[in-house]
Design a binder for this molecule. Structure first.
Ligand code: ADP
Ligand code: MG
Length: 546
């Protein structure tokens, strides 16, 4: 794939640049993009495998999560990157279904390649795919099941389906209850869900079973002084966007210190300033002080004497959540602070979260929770044996929270386990008859490509995909719209009845994103690159590290 002789652009491109066009460009792009689907295929479904990803610094992630895998792969090929973007946009818009979206994109490109080999023009293919896409919405309309936000059992089924295959199995019921309770509390009066009000804090060194939901906000910093109170009722909270510290001498640029006396004088002034800061805090009547920066020893002592619980170096996200939950203003000038700036928590309490012994770093030992607050905030305190476990289960819970929010907001769910894909494939096969010319081939190819999802679920569970597909099609032809494949047993099941359900948004977004990406990649017939593409293309063709 070197620069082509006689290429008129050669005279205007730099020497390192490279140009690949026509069939070569398309075939290179399709190969690279399809490799992304191959890279994540084996992770789909409850029996999907995990991948271990090691980055250049040696950090290791073990995951089953499509978007996490692709993000960690550091893909370079531009067309392969477009597929990574499918996963990223799926993650952003719904938070789940990333693997499904990617393997569908890959399957569509596979189908397209066959058509190209049979001299079907790329424009015809994309037009056919778009026509197929137009049918998706109406088929999903027919299949959608209305969701009642009060129906706990179904909410738990949705949460559980999304959590599947990501290390949460052993405590699935417990964790499912936690996410459902957390999201329920975040439903607003207008029916939307304040998804950001729910966060997860992870702590290794315990059991998943010890995980719990705190209806409020937590801060994972140890109080700096032992004499500070640990539990408070009806606490007034001051959130200070600053520090209570003497600035380091070298950073105090305005002060030019030349001798000992001047240094002492400078420090005295600063001590006085700290004293003033603490007095200003006392004047507001605060019981709890949260600061962005550090708090000096003398200030800690003064605060402890005044029975104030102080937590320092609290990160921005926690300060924001705490201010929102308690109604505190985030003040940056202590002198100007008034009692109106304080927030309120009915209860403040601390608990120890043990760290594994091998952790030598300064991770927190205690968390402080602010509950009985005036908001919907919830914090899932996720405990688990090791960092790898809690990290992967955290991804599972994030997915679960996202899909619950989507399902409650939209009020519509669909059967999973491959049922939707088969139903859609059958509908498209019917619809293809009415499509004229060669676009018909593209609609049929789209229908075939949809098999990828049930086929992969069967394969990953160690069952014959051919038998499963034949049986599934037969059931759907008989009108069993919710027939899917139980990825544990390989048996056919009624997915909706078995509680394998997903929000409509997960499927609809995945179909849209896959069609969009396939169209974009198919339309490219010319790649002009400032660097050498042939090597990155080869690398990605083999899916790096896989
Ligand atoms: P994604 O990144 O696409 O969410 P997952 O690995 O989470 O990938 O797998 C999701 C797929 O697994 C969906 O098609 C869902 O319907 C299916 N699934 C989940 N649980 C089961 C189950 N118990 N039996 C069969 N399929 C299941
Ligand atoms: Mg999933």
């Amino acid at each position: 794939m070197a620069q082509q002789a006689g290429d008129p652009t050669l005279s205007v491109l730099s020497e390192e640049s490279q140009r690949i066009d026509g069939k070569d460009a398309r075939s290179m792009n399709l190969t690279a993009a399809r490799a992304m689907g191959e890279a994540v295929r084996t992770t789909l479904g409850p029996r999907g495998m995990d991948k271990m990803l090691v980055d250049s610094t040696g950090d290791t992630v073990v995951t089953n999560d499509g978007v996490t895998i692709l993000d960690e792969m550091e893909v370079e090929h531009p067309a392969a990157n477009m597929v990574v973007e499918v996963a990223q946009s799926q993650e952003q818009e719904v938070g789940d279904g990333t693997t499904s979206a990617v393997i569908l994109t890959s399957a569509l490109l596979d189908a397209a390649e066959d058509l190209l080999e049979n001299d079907v023009h790329p424009t015809t293919i994309t037009a056919g795919f778009e026509q197929a896409g137009d049918h998706v919405a109406s088929v999903l309309d027919d299949l959608a099941i209305d969701l009642d936000a009060e129906d706990t059992e179904t909410l738990e089924a949705i949460a559980s389906t999304a959590m599947t295959g990501k290390g949460a199995e052993s405590e699935k019921d417990h964790l499912t209850t936690l996410v459902v309770d957390a999201i329920r509390a975040a439903v607003q009066a207008d029916g939307t869900v304040d998804r950001d009000a729910v966060t997860i804090k992870t702590f290794a060194g315990s059991n998943l079973a010890d995980s719990r939901l705190i209806e409020g906000v937590t801060v994972s910093k140890n109080p700096p002084h032992d004499a500070m109170p640990t539990d408070l009722a009806e606490a007034d909270v001051l959130v200070y966007e600053g520090e209570i510290e003497v600035p380091e001498l070298e950073t105090a640029t305005e002060t030019r210190v030349s001798d000992f006396e001047e240094v002492t004088e400078y420090l005295d002034q600063e001590q006085a300033a700290i004293q003033e800061d603490v007095e200003a805090i006392l004047e507001t009547g605060a019981d709890v002080l949260i600061t962005e920066g550090g708090i000096d020893d003398p200030a800690q002592k003064l605060l402890a004497e005044a029975d104030i619980l102080a937590l320092r170096r609290v990160d921005d996200e926690d300060r924001r959540r705490l201010a929102e939950a308690t109604g505190a203003s985030r003040i940056s000038d202590l002198e100007a602070a008034t009692p109106e700036d304080l927030g309120r928590a009915g209860e403040v309490g601390q608990e120890r979260v043990r760290m594994p012994l091998w952790r030598g770093d300064a991770r927190p030992e205690r968390i402080t929770s602010f509950t009985d607050v005036d908001s919907v905030a919830g914090t899932i305190v996720l405990r688990g044996g090791t960092e790898h476990v809690v990290d992967e289960v955290e991804r599972a819970l994030e997915d679960s929270l996202d899909v619950l929010a989507a399902a409650i907001e939209d009020g519509e769910i669909l059967p999973g386990a491959g049922a939707v894909e088969i139903e859609l494939a059958l509908a498209l096969e019917d619809a293809a008859d009415g499509v004229s010319g060669r676009e018909q081939l593209a609609v049929e190819a789209f229908a075939d490509a949809l098999d990828i999802s049930p086929r992969t679920l069967a394969e990953n569970a160690g069952h014959s995909p051919i038998d499963a597909l034949v049986d599934l099609r037969a059931r759907h032809t008989d009108g069993e719209v919710s027939a899917g494949i139980d990825a544990e047993s390989g048996e056919l099941i009624d997915a909706a009845a078995e509680g394998i359900v997903e929000p409509r948004r997960v499927k609809a977004t995945a179909f849209d994103a896959a069609i969009e990406a396939a169209r974009t990649i198919l339309r490219i017939d010319d790649v002009v690159s400032a660097g050498d593409l042939s090597t990155s293309g080869d690398d990605d063709g083999g899916a790096p590290g896989m």
